[in-house]
Design a protein around this ligand. Structure first.
Ligand code: ATP
Length: 320
């Protein structure tokens, strides 16, 4: 610090927190690195700087600007008991629908068995770059930044990951440069394995959404996944039924290949909220394969996703 640096006006302990202090035409501006500080400490630092500089004749006004204000980033996990029930499809559409409601949403695709978000969100082939040893999320045409296990390894390779390797990969995706993202949706692998455990231990999510098809077996597994969240003190926001009610594109007749209503009944039995039902519709798969998830639109196909997002949004708000 040079002798002309106004920081010399502050005691060393305070000056160490101040990245710059300028005094110009009676106005002092102190930029404070507030990373890791609680509100009380921030208030104390602001008061101390204002008091000290306020006693100087040449200062008539002091502004203290706290940088690195940590955005209160919430993690919402999306899980399922079984694979292939539409967890990735729901996560992508929920991300888009929540973003439409004004949230700054990012998506972590932690599904080591089938990282599919780069395809669904239409940014396959884009690779994240690292800055200061942390990854930069990749933008997607649908406006959701994403980091995927699929970005870290060749498709199919991550399957062999176990324990710490899977946990470290998850950490790379979550501890990334998420910027002003305030809501991070995490597409978990199915089941209750290493990634889930790391997730719960290191990044306790704010809540979890569980997806299931209406079959009994899928439901039993979903209930097991729900139990794990519950034991870890992560509230289950609710259950979603996917692939219910198939409308035949030729004759229009609605059939229920996987049954119908099973998830709602199970939610009632488990005393969990039921968030909604998504029909089995070829257009959902086609949209996902094309990088155009239905929630981007306004039609009947988009509606169930927007309804579910409204409930999740309300739940988040209710947490304060
Ligand atoms: N409601 C739906 N109607 C039609 N196709 C759907 C529907 N939901 C998902 N699909 C399709 O089913 C397949 C599996 O969906 P998805 O990848 O979302 O499941 P998942 O549970 O994430 O599976 P995994 O755990 O294996 O990644 C995809 O091809 C997807 O496009």
């Amino acid at each position: 610090m040079s002798s002309t640096d106004p920081k010399a006006l502050l005691p060393d302990s305070l000056a160490a927190r101040v990245s710059t202090l300028t005094i110009k035409e009676g106005r002092a501006i102190a930029i404070v690195d507030a990373a890791g500080l609680g509100q009380q400490e921030r208030d104390d630092i602001e008061r101390a700087i204002t008091d000290i500089l306020g006693q100087r004749e040449e200062v008539s006004e002091t502004r203290v600007v706290m940088t690195a204000e940590r955005t209160q980033r919430r993690i919402i996990a999306v899980g399922s008991g079984k694979g292939g029930v539409g967890k990735s499809t729901l996560t992508a559409n929920l991300a888009i629908a929540l973003a439409r409601r004004g949230r700054k949403v990012g998506l972590v695709d932690a599904d080591i068995y089938g990282p599919s978000q780069p395809v669904i969100l239409g940014n396959q082939g884009s690779k994240p770059v690292a800055r200061d040893k942390k990854l930069e999320p990749v933008d997607s045409p649908v406006g959701i930044p994403v980091l995927s296990m699929g970005h870290l390894v060749e498709p199919g390779r991550a399957l062999a990951w176990r324990g710490p390797m899977a946990g470290n990969a998850l950490a790379q995706l979550i501890d990334a440069h998420w910027g002003d993202v305030d809501t991070l949706l995490v597409d978990l692998p199915p089941g209750t394995g290493d990634v889930q455990l790391t997730m719960l231990q290191r990044y306790k999510p704010m809540g979890a959404v569980l997806v299931s098809t209406p079959q009994d077996l899928a439901l039993i597994d979903a209930a097991r996944a729900g139990q794990l969240f519950d034991q870890a003190g992560v509230p289950v926001i609710g259950l979603v039924e996917n692939m219910a009610g198939y409308a035949c594109p030729h004759c229009g007749e609605v059939s229920d290949p996987f049954g119908r209503g099973g998830v709602e009944t199970a939610a009632g039995r488990l005393d969990l909220p039921f968030l909604g039902r998504i029909p089995l519709d070829l257009a959902i798969r086609e949209g996902s394969d094309r990088g155009q998830p239905p929630a981007c639109g306004e039609d009947a196909l988009a509606a169930p996703f927007h309804d579910i997002a409204a409930k999740v949004d309300a739940w988040i708000r209710a947490q304060g």
